[in-house]
Each structure stands twice: as C-alpha cells, then as structure tokens.
Design a protein around this ligand. Structure first.
Ligand code: NAD
Ligand code: TYD
Length: 332
C-alpha cells in the first residue's frame, strides 16, 4: 500500500513510517515541521512533503496516489496548550477536517490517531471503554476530542472509511524532551532539577512506541469504518514510581527531584480497556522495565539528537514553564 503519514516527522509518526517501510509498504510523509517535527527522526530517502494538514492543497499534493492516510499530525503537549491553545484548534480540529474532506473526495481511508486523554480522568477504579462519553480536561485533549468527533460524523453522513485509535501515554526513542520521560531522562543525564508536579501520585498507562504503532498498523489494515479502538499498555504507573525507575537506570542523584506547583486541571488517572483491539489479535509486547532501559540507553547514546533541541527554542519554553516553579520548589 502507498500510505500518507501526516505528522510522520514527529515521535510516534516516525516510528510508524519506519514500520511501514519494513513491512514493504510505500510511505509519504506530510509534516509542517513545527518545534517537535524533526527530519532527523526519519530515513533520509523517505518521500517528504513540507506542508500543513489544515491546507487542502498541501494535503492533495502529498496524498496523490495514496490509498490511505494515517494522521499523527497534532499539537501534542498539554502544558503548552495551557500556555496558549490557539494552534491546537488549527491543527487538531481544522486539520482533521481538511483530511476528512480529502478522504471523502478521493475515496481513500483515514486512520485518525487520538488519545486516551479524550475520556478525561478516572479518579476511582475502572477503565475507559470506546463507548464511554468524552470528557476532556485540557485544551489539548479538547481539541483532540473535537477533531475525532468529526470522524463518525463523516462516516455517517458521507460514508467515508475512517477509524479512530485512542492510545495511552507513549514512550521510546525520539520523543521530544518536553514530555515526562524524556524530560526526566535528559535532565538526569545532565544533572538538572526534575520538576515533579503536585504529589507525583498521578497515574499514566505507559505504552512503548513499537506497541502503539503495531496497534495502529493493525487498525489501518483491519479496522472497520467508524470504529474506535483503545490502544493501552495495561501498565499503570504513578509518576513518582516512574521517576524512581529512571533514577535506578541512570544512577542520577535523587536530590535532583523537585516538587513543583501542579499543572492546572491536571488529570489524575487514565486507564484503558483494550479488549476490543486484543480481539483483533493485538497485545502490547514490550515489558516496561525493558522498554524503559532501552529508552534510557537511547538517550544516553544519542546526545547529538537531543542536545541541539534543548539549546534551541526549547530553552525559552523551559524557562517560561519551569523557571518560577523551580525557584519556589521543595525537595520531593
Ligand atoms: P509529536 O509532537 O512528536 O509530533 C507531532 C508531529 O506533527 C510533528 O512532526 C509536527 O511537526 C507535526 N505537525 C504539527 N502540526 C502540523 C500541521 N498542522 N500539519 C502537518 N504536520 C503537523 O507528537 P507525538 O507524541 O508523536 O504524537 C503523535 C500523535 O499521537 C498525536 O496525534 C497525539 O495526539 C497522539 N498521541 C500521542 C501520545 C503520546 O504519549 N505521545 C499518546 C496518545 C496519542
Ligand atoms: P506528559 O508526558 O506531559 O503526558 P500527559 O500529560 O499527556 O499525560 O506528562 C505525564 C505525567 O507526568 C503527567 O501526570 C504530568 C507529569 N509531569 C511532571 O510531573 N513533570 C513534568 O515536568 C512533566 C512534563 C510531566
């Protein structure tokens, strides 16, 4: 198959492109190369179109000859959406609509990559099922929910073939160091303070990028129109427990851990019921301890990937996000 991977220069999208190429498929990448997009995540010879999913001509140019689009393109960071939500509406909602218009006219398939964050948090026990109502808490999650709500509407109204995936917190190589695991790992390797939000007892369900991509690939090949699939790691961990595992792997000094003011609207816990995707034959394969060890090794061995990022635009963002919070922080 020839497949357009929108947002393919980002973290998960680039793993997906490599996976398609290994499977013998043809991949074309459409990416705007925002702060988190990086050509260095991709093989040099991959077909690449520099453009915006919210611009119909860019999408038509990139999707020429493709049988399907898999959409990873998004503004993805909750903390940035708290600082400024404008771009989140543009890409996560408007961009998804432009892609749907294209697949409708070209009569090709779409897989919309969404997130467990659209369910909002589950304070008590239990796990979210695909039929549960959406209850997003952050501007990021709300814009993702708005984008994905267009999908069943286009399926029902126009008969397009489109499916939705809702993945849980993903980790692995090439993740932009604003997110929890790569931020903590790279700060540990540099002996920098580690900003732990609130009490650190929030729970995330960690999924390796390879397992996330395997789920999306299966849904691309076998997913039904209008169907939604949770893709979760069955691996709920508190943030403080993840930090402890990272201390053990990096050997960093525990005194780097700082308790900082919590994120506004911070979701307490996510948990996914994955029985629907498991019934298609998928299961997460990478044990957390192994995946985390390999990820730490990757960041240790690939400073040339992340050091330029951390000395660029990232510095201003980091100062705005953490400067005041770290100066009033306490040891955790
Ligand atoms: P990322 O920020 O690393 O990558 C996003 C990519 O999209 C970048 O390459 C960026 O340049 C590109 N992009 C942004 N706006 C664009 C636009 N208007 N047009 C074209 N390209 C654009 O993100 P990621 O972590 O790889 O996430 C990929 C997808 O997976 C997102 O849709 C996200 O919501 C979803 N997701 C992520 C996680 C996670 O833990 N990282 C979990 C579940 C779901
Ligand atoms: P993050 O990687 O931003 O993913 P999300 O908010 O989309 O789940 O954060 C994961 C968890 O780690 C979340 O509970 C917030 C917390 N966190 C910190 O405690 N400190 C940090 O510096 C960051 C970025 C996140």
């Amino acid at each position: 198959m020839r497949i357009l991977v929108a947002g393919g220069a980002g973290f998960i999208g680039s793993h997906f492109v490599k996976r398609l190429l290994e499977a013998g498929d043809e991949a074309v990448v459409l990416d705007k190369l925002t702060y988190s997009g990086n050509r260095a995540n991709l093989p040099q010879d991959v077909e690449f179109v520099h453009g915006d999913i919210a611009v119909p001509d860019d999408v038509a140019r990139a999707a020429h000859g493709c049988e399907a689009i898999v959409n990873f393109a998004a503004e993805t960071h909750v903390d940035r959406s708290v600082l400024s939500a404008e771009e989140f509406g543009h890409t996560n909602f408007r961009g998804t609509q432009v892609l749907l218009e294209h697949v409708r006219q070209a009569e090709i398939r779409l897989v919309q990559v969404s997130t467990d964050e659209v369910y909002g948090d589950l304070e008590a026990g239990g796990s979210s099922r695909e039929t549960d109502p959406l209850n997003p808490s952050s501007p990021y999650a709300a814009a993702k929910a708005a984008g994905e709500l267009l999908v069943p509407a286009y399926v029902r109204t126009y008969g397009v073939h489109a499916s939705i995936t809702r993945g849980s917190n993903t980790y692995g190589p090439n993740q932009y160091p604003e997110k929890f695991i790569p931020l903590f790992v790279t700060n540990m390797l540099d002996g920098e303070p580690l900003p732990l939000y609130g009490d650190g007892r929030q729970v995330r369900d960690w999924l390796h990028a390879d397992d996330h991509c395997a789920g999306i690939e299966l849904i691309l090949r076998e997913g039904g129109p209008g169907e939604i699939y949770n893709v979760g790691g069955d691996n709920e961990q508190t943030n403080i427990d993840v930090a402890e595992k990272l201390f053990a792997l990096t050997g960093a000094d525990r005194s780097l851990l700082r308790r900082v003011d919590d994120r506004p609207g911070h979701d307490r816990r996510y948990s996914l019921d994955t029985s629907k995707l498991r019934a298609l034959g998928w299961a997460p394969r990478v044990p957390f301890e192994e995946g985390l060890r390999a990820t730490v090794d990757w960041y240790r061995d690939n400073r040339d990937w992340w050091e330029p990022i951390k000395s660029g635009e990232y510095r201003a963002y980091y100062e705005q996000q953490y400067g005041a919070r770290l100066s009033t922080s306490s040891p955790a």
